[in-house]
Write a protein that binds this ligand. Structure first.
Ligand SMILES: Cc1cc2nc3c(=O)[nH]c(=O)nc-3n(C[C@H](O)[C@H](O)[C@H](O)COP(=O)(O)OP(=O)(O)OC[C@H]3O[C@@H](n4cnc5c(N)ncnc54)[C@H](O)[C@@H]3O)c2cc1C
Length: 458
């Protein structure tokens, strides 16, 4: 038995932050991860994928030179991308820097598989830790593979393989047209890879506004990315360096196959049943201070993807700050989720915050929407190639505030910030209409969308 103040199980972005802050506050903290300190984001997620996308966008801009400024011949090379991810992002997928940072903050770092054995107790590598204040769970997700006949017997890629690839394949099938699949599909296509996206739903980027997903689908079509929606994958096989995907009426072949079809929460083996929680649940329910709801006794917090509030690094960090305050007995705002922003880093980028129009209608709100096209705005017209996009606003008409918004276009994720402020702060749309919008910016299209909103009496 080893007595400590807090055990943090899983060191994704939020867990690492909790362990660091609590140790710096003087608590004795044991921080446990079975893989790499920092979790999915720095090694296999946000950071390497955005490095790939940055490189792919540079290629795309290079190819646009003839539209504006002369001639260009663009020859892509994957080697610098791999080198950058290996050397700058992940130090060859080694977490020593993160481990040292955490130790310097005063935490004890343990690599191993942790398991709850009861309230406030965690077993790892044969040692049982008793945590006087409690345990914080941040175990995140693993890539999920759909139950497709034959798939498990093939050497398919997940995000963890594709972002370590030393070469770009000649052709790639991406199973799943969600944010991860869409981002990587377009990036690889820009490296000259023949890409096919297979999506079971009727459209890619299902969770975002249909108008937003159409802008991206049109961009993909224009770039030669084959997108097959509404498909049913009968089977997958692999022979002589080729994947074959049987879709019933047609087959698709490629050198590599990336499964980007959702995530599986790391909960079943965590010992949740020893604290009265269901190990088969999709998420750990938490209250507005990140305390696990329904757990035996006190002293159990959960943060990040496993709380089911949005699988985003910023959510993990947001919840981490709240858990830290609660553990240290500090005042501060409790969790609120009415203005959760998220960005899909395709080109054009898709930024969304709060509710979609459909979600607002399903919630019974009296809804008004305003949509404006970015390409015909002054800045979009100046920008020319690559200017596709839109702003969509969703207003709760009776309250006169935005409950959701989308920003699609070049820098759509940056333009989103203004909309996030509006939704988060429940700024009256009347007040937003009285604001001055700098000319000629992309965000000026928000003003046009507000005018559309005022004219929409539906
Ligand atoms: C390709 C890709 C791109 C992404 N891009 C973005 C993006 O642009 N923006 C964004 O906001 N989000 C993005 N995400 C999502 C983001 O990576 C996650 O939301 C983020 O990592 C937060 O997850 P987390 O804190 O819940 O835990 P994770 O990062 O998943 O970390 C959980 C940790 O817990 C450890 N663990 C699990 N079980 C145990 C156990 N029993 N014992 C010990 N350790 C355990 C794991 O080893 C892991 O290190 C992306 C994800 C992927 C896959």
């Amino acid at each position: 038995m080893t007595d400590v103040d807090v055990v943090v199980v899983g060191l994704g972005p939020g867990g690492e932050s909790v362990a660091t802050q609590l140790a710096q506050a003087g608590l004795s903290v044991v921080a446990v991860d079975r893989r790499l300190v920092g979790g999915e984001c720095p090694y296999y997620g946000c950071i390497p994928s955005k490095m790939v996308i940055r490189a792919a966008d540079v290629l795309a801009e290079g190819r646009r030179i003839p539209d504006f400024a002369g001639r260009s011949t663009v020859t892509s090379d994957w080697a610098p991308v791999h080198a950058r991810i290996r050397d700058e992002a992940t130090t060859d997928w080694d977490d020593q820097i993160a481990v040292d940072r955490l130790k310097d903050a005063g935490a004890e770092v343990v690599h191993g598989e942790a398991r709850l054995t009861g309230p406030r107790t965690v077993e790892v590598n044969g040692t049982t830790y008793t945590a006087a204040k409690g345990v914080v769970l941040n175990t995140g997700t693993d890539p999920a593979a759909p139950p497709i006949d034959g798939l498990a017997d093939t050497p398919y890629w997940t995000n963890r393989d594709v972002l370590r690839a030393e070469e770009a394949p000649g052709s790639l099938v991406v199973v799943g047209g969600g944010p991860i699949g869409a981002e990587l599909a377009q990036a690889f296509s820009r490296f000259g890879v023949q890409v096919t996206v297979l999506e079971v739903a009727e459209r890619i980027l299902g969770p975002v506004e249909p108008e937003a997903s159409k802008v991206v689908a049109d961009a993909f079509a224009a770039e030669g990315i084959q997108v097959l929606t509404g498909v049913r994958i009968e089977s997958v096989s692999y022979a002589e360096g080729q994947f074959t995907v049987d879709l019933g009426e047609q087959t698709v072949q490629a050198d590599k196959l990336l499964v980007a079809a959702g995530r599986r929460p790391n909960l079943p083996d965590l010992g949740l049943e020893t604290v009265g929680l269901d190990p088969g649940a999709r998420s750990v329910e938490v209250d507005s201070r990140m305390r696990a709801v329904g757990a035996d006794g006190e002293g159990l917090w959960a943060i990040g993807d496993i709380t089911g509030r949005g699988a985003f690094t910023h959510m993990s960090m947001y919840q981490a700050a709240i858990a830290v305050r609660d553990i240290l007995g500090q005042d501060g705002p409790e969790a609120a989720y009415h203005a959760v922003p998220h960005v899909t880093f395709t080109d054009p980028e898709v930024g969304s915050v709060g509710m979609t129009e459909q979600q607002a209608r399903d919630a019974g709100l009296s809804v008004r929407v305003g949509v404006t096209d970015l390409a015909t705005s002054s800045r979009g017209w100046i920008h020319k190639a690559g200017n596709a996009g839109l702003i969509k606003l969703v207003e709760a008409a009776d309250r006169g505030v935005l409950v959701g918004a989308s920003s699609v276009g070049p820098n759509g994720g940056e333009v989103l910030s203004a909309l996030s402020v509006a939704v988060h702060g429940e700024v009256p749309t009347k007040r937003l209409r009285s604001m001055i919008y700098a000319y000629p910016t992309f965000h000026r299209a928000i003003e046009a969308a507000l005018q559309e909103l005022a004219g929409d009496r539906a």
